[in-house]
Design a binder for this molecule. Structure first.
Ligand code: ADP
Ligand code: MG
Length: 538
């Protein structure tokens, strides 16, 4: 009965969910009506029409249960058909049945497995009840419901006769329900927030670092480590003991190739790690308190209030269903208990401050009504709503076109000076860093390989990686000449070499670079930095 219900229900649900329109409305209204009738009464009605016996009982139960499958399947199909990958499949020329069965159906495996195991229990129960009432299987067919019914006749002589079949029904239904429960846990465990970020204090070594005593420090990250679980006792380290400080009012540039761990560092500063990863060691001090040790409620007060973040893609960071204004007012209302009018005034003032023309009208626009540059400006304005002391900007201009990039960076620099914020600027544009940053950190393979004040690092880079990065920036290259590049690519976290992680790509690597852990000494993680600096100078 359950298999028939699944086959019929899933096919119908996929079809109406994917098609939508009149088909969807008709099928779903019928399903509403049928589902409002109690299961047993509905089964009586069907059996009254098609007669009793094994096949009619099976078909009756299948018919009733198929409605549950239609609902689940339709919901998922309705959601998935809007996704980009479905459009991509259409563009690739896949036929509609192919899209439905090979692209959309796999999304359903989790909910369908759970629903099936639960319905297996229910099916037993319904058929046993029907047989008990004399409406299920034929009287001579052995089944637990029928046995219970017979036991009722001999209650006076053999009062325990009902016990075996009763127990059998109870246990088997219970078993199917337990099976469904565990399947749900397994499936849910697999799909746990695939895109989100989360924060955990699990197994984090309590940091031994004391809060920074220097009052000019706005944020101090000490030996932060982010790891992804791989198995019971194994994990992959993607951020390896990163320490850096942001001083009040300064701009700190974080540079490095894609995949070197810049975004993870910025997220860790907020106590976040992409799921299923976790911050497993280190501390992040802000205002003398270690963020990583704070309960969630207190962290929520700090995020968006004292520390704000600007993301790479403004369109993805705004919710599409609320206006820009509503979303901008939220942090001020939540963190500063501002009235609606106050929040509105500040939002409009900030929107005009960041260069959004006609700010009062734009306030009521939805994100899709803004251009990329405008959305990024609105995003910056939103980050400034609570006058944060620390602003984390993760590649704030990468999604913008070149002309707008320069404007937005100028704007950020102006605002940073105006509000006196400490700013972490993640970028891979070395020109921007040289122009706007006070200090700079160069990341490679989850580690900081060179850190220092921007002028020093750029006039005399000490790590071969920094030199290679600077050489591959386009400035200063003769017109028509090939741009120099760094051969190879950043190794993924599971393939980080021992010794200096840059050694396979480094022209100056010697035997000593391949062994042990390279330490960060005097702001540079290179065993030969002094030696090399002399050869470069000469
Ligand atoms: P970037 O410097 O480009 O911002 P990221 O900080 O995003 O680099 O990523 C650093 C490393 O972490 C990369 O090697 C990436 O493969 C890994 N990583 C990032 N996010 C995840 C994730 N959600 N799951 C697994 N690995 C991830
Ligand atoms: Mg990034």
């Amino acid at each position: 009965a359950v298999l028939i219900a699944a086959a019929a229900g899933v096919s119908i649900g996929l079809f109406v969910g994917y098609r939508g329109g009149a088909w969807d409305r008709i099928v779903m209204r019928c399903a509403d009506v049928l589902q409002s009738i109690p299961t047993l009464v509905f089964a009586f009605a069907i059996i009254a029409v098609i007669g009793r016996g094994l096949t009619p009982a099976t078909l009756a139960v299948a018919f009733i249960f198929s409605i549950a499958y239609i609902r689940i399947t339709r919901g998922v199909a309705l959601r998935e058909r809007e996704r980009l990958y479905v459009d991509a499949a259409k563009v690739a020329g896949l036929s509609t049945p192919r899209i439905i069965f090979s692209e959309i159906l796999p999304n359903l495996s989790g909910p369908l497995i759970i629903e099936t195991s639960l319905l297996l229990g229910s099916a037993q129960l319904v058929i046993a009840m029907l047989s008990f009432l004399g409406l299920g299987l034929d009287a001579d067919a052995p089944d637990w419901g029928g046995m219970l019914n017979e036991a009722r006749l001999y209650q006076g002589i053999h009062p325990l006769l009902a016990v075996p079949s009763g127990l059998a029904i109870t246990l088997s239904v219970l078993l199917f329900n337990l099976l469904g429960d565990s399947l749900r846990d397994i499936v849910a465990g697999h799909q746990q927030r695939p895109h989100g970020t989360r924060r955990t204090r699990a197994q984090r070594d309590r940091s031994t670092a004391a809060p920074p005593s220097d009052p000019s420090i706005a944020l101090a990250m000490h030996q932060a480590r982010v790891e992804f679980p791989l198995g019971p006792n194994r994990s992959l380290r993607i951020l390896d003991n990163v320490s850096l400080t942001l001083h009040k009012g300064e701009t700190f540039g974080l540079v490095g190739e894609s995949g070197s761990g810049k975004s993870i560092t910025a997220l860790a500063m907020l106590g976040l790690a992409p799921a299923p990863g976790a911050i497993t060691a280190g501390s992040v001090y802000v205002n003398g308190r270690d963020l990583l040790g704070l309960p969630d409620a207190e962290l929520a007060r700090i995020r968006g209030g004292d520390i704000a973040m600007i993301f790479q893609d403004p369109m993805a960071a705004f919710s599409p269903v609320h206006t820009i204004g509503e979303q901008m007012m939220r942090p001020l209302r939540a963190h500063r208990n501002a009235s609606k009018a106050e929040a509105r005034d500040r939002a409009i003032a900030l929107l005009s401050r960041v260069g959004v023309v006609n700010a009062a009208r734009r306030f009521d626009d939805y994100p899709h009504q803004l251009s990329g540059g405008m959305a990024q400006r609105a995003m910056i304005a939103m980050a400034l709503m609570c006058e944060p002391k620390i602003l984390l900007a993760d590649e704030p201009t990468t999604a913008l076109d070149v002309t707008v990039q320069a404007q937005v960076l100028d704007l950020l620099a102006e605002l940073q000076a105006e509000f006196g914020m400490a700013m972490l600027l993640v970028t891979h544009d070395l020109g921007v860093v040289a122009e706007t940053c006070d200090r700079v950190g160069v990341m490679y393979a989850g580690q900081i390989v060179e850190i220092g004040d921007a002028h020093g690092v750029f006039s005399a880079p000490r790590h071969p990686y920094t030199r290679a990065l600077m050489a591959s920036a386009s400035t200063g290259v003769r017109r028509g000449a090939r741009l120099p590049t760094i051969a190879g690519r950043v190794p993924p976290p599971w393939a980080w070499p021992s010794g200096c992680r840059f050694h396979p790509r480094c022209a100056h690597a010697v035997e000593a670079c391949r062994k042990g852990d390279m330490a960060l000494v005097d702001g540079v993680r290179c065993a030969r930095s002094d030696e090399l600096l002399e050869t470069v100078a000469s």
